[in-house]
Write a protein that binds this ligand. Sequence first.
Ligand code: GCB
Length: 579
Amino acid sequence: MKSWFRPRIPLDGFWKFRIDRELIGDKEEWFKGFSSNELIYVPSSWNEQNPEWDQFTNIAWYQRDFYVDGSLKDKRAWIVFEGAGYRTRVWVNNEFVGEHEGSFTQFKFEVNSIKCGSFNRIVARIDNTPSIFNLPPARELNVTAFDFFHYGGIHRPVYLEFTDTCYIDDVTINASSDGSLKASINTVCNRSINVRFALMDKELSNVLFEEMVKDVKPGVFKYERRFDGVKPWSPEDPNLYNIVVEIYVDDTVRDSVYERIGFRTIEVKEGKIYLNGRPIFLKGFGRHEDFPVLGKYMHGAVLVRDFYLMRKIGANSFRTTHYPYSNEHLDLADEFGFMVILEPPLCYSGMDRILSREEVAKLFSSEEYFKKAKRFVEEMVKQHKNRPSVIMYSVTNEPPSDIPEVAEFIKRMSSLFKELDPSRPTTFASHRSTRDLALDYVDVISLNYYRGWYSEWGDIERGTEAMLKEVEQIHQRFPEKPIIITEFGADAYLGLHSDPPQMWSEEYQAEMIRNYIEALIKRNYIVGLHIWNFADFRTPQNPLRTILNRKGVYSRDRQPKLSVLIVSKLFKNIPTFIK
Ligand code: GCB
């Protein structure tokens, strides 16, 4: 939910910072305020802001003083973190306001200790200690179940937001390509309210429709209506509108929020994914939120460049590998017309490195673990459910789903997604190929393949053939399900060349991507190809990585490799809407 109405105090900028190496912060009550000569910039991960903090994975403290105007004294105050982690505890003026687990979803706490007309102090304690029970799991900084660097800190914007005592808590919008719209609005107030519901254009400058519904009881309020003449959202023409919801008490507006929406319908049937009644092909990338110095923060300018680059190369989609991306990131997807597969931080690529099969089975069958994953998924869906760009959910990435307990977990998770949001199909990215036991539990089959890299290395043709054989077998087993190859690619060191193409050279990467695309595009059950990765990104240290995972078609600072030229040509020949 966005709002121009609610007063806001942005807290981005320089904060006082202290690494708690000796774990004395709690005992010395740093939450009341601590002394330190170090500072840090928010938003951004802490690691690359000072080489001494680079490998630090435990507890660090942030502190900031800010002024709150006296005019806000009758309001409710909320502290909003768009993303911080892994575990965040917050105090305002010595009072504990809340704790949150997970780095990639927005969270907010009500603050009762705000002093208006005065200075206030916020202290945040961030604990980034790796754990098997984290999502995603890790044993230590360099022994993780995921192949991206375990950054810590406040890496997305933070602000204080003020609402009236009567306020809108949540808005859910479902808008279809035929113009029908269903809304569910959750309000909090101690008396009945009037709700103004308006459809506005993208720029919020013209009211296209409005209605005042009188005498509404606070709580959940459902609203339905069909709008004739609205233009549907699609990658070719990403038409956006705004739904404005306002609540009034005695003719006085008490809250006003808006959601950017698009009218569009997504369905999976007859082996295809349909957008607005037409079958689509997803061409694009797996990405990461990762940039030098900033760590997990993606500055708006970097994002804008990325979207122009993705558009230029002919992509129309990406998966939020391997966690939900920031609001700004997905705002641009809505705006640029990119179709997004939204994935929670249930990433298990390196699970074999950190747990035995027995330990995995035990973890995945634990009710407590399911409940935690459920919490993560609920937060993600709540935050991004109204986005037209989000066309599908990926339940998890590379789970060890040849283990029955893991397959059962995926089954339950996929049903959870359907309960929370019946409007979108589910998938998950499998790397267990023909041995996977969970492919039946999702609407679309997604497969990750690195034949020709991690196996059949040095031999692209043999690798491609081996991959095709397995994909074909999976298709025979599930002929009615569309298949996306959600990952394929090879590392290439920018500037390393080789004739004949050898591993790590730009030529090898380009050749491997070309071979895969040319072979797969001929099969009409393949409805998507996502190259791994859009850009190089930082990883844990291990013998397979040279600080970065270099499977980007762009380098980490967005310089093109040879693949960009090759992929542009191939992607441009694949239409978004297919037969
Ligand atoms: C995968 C993972 C991805 C890795 C990639 C790789 O299958 O899903 O997170 O980065 O392989 O490069 O190994």
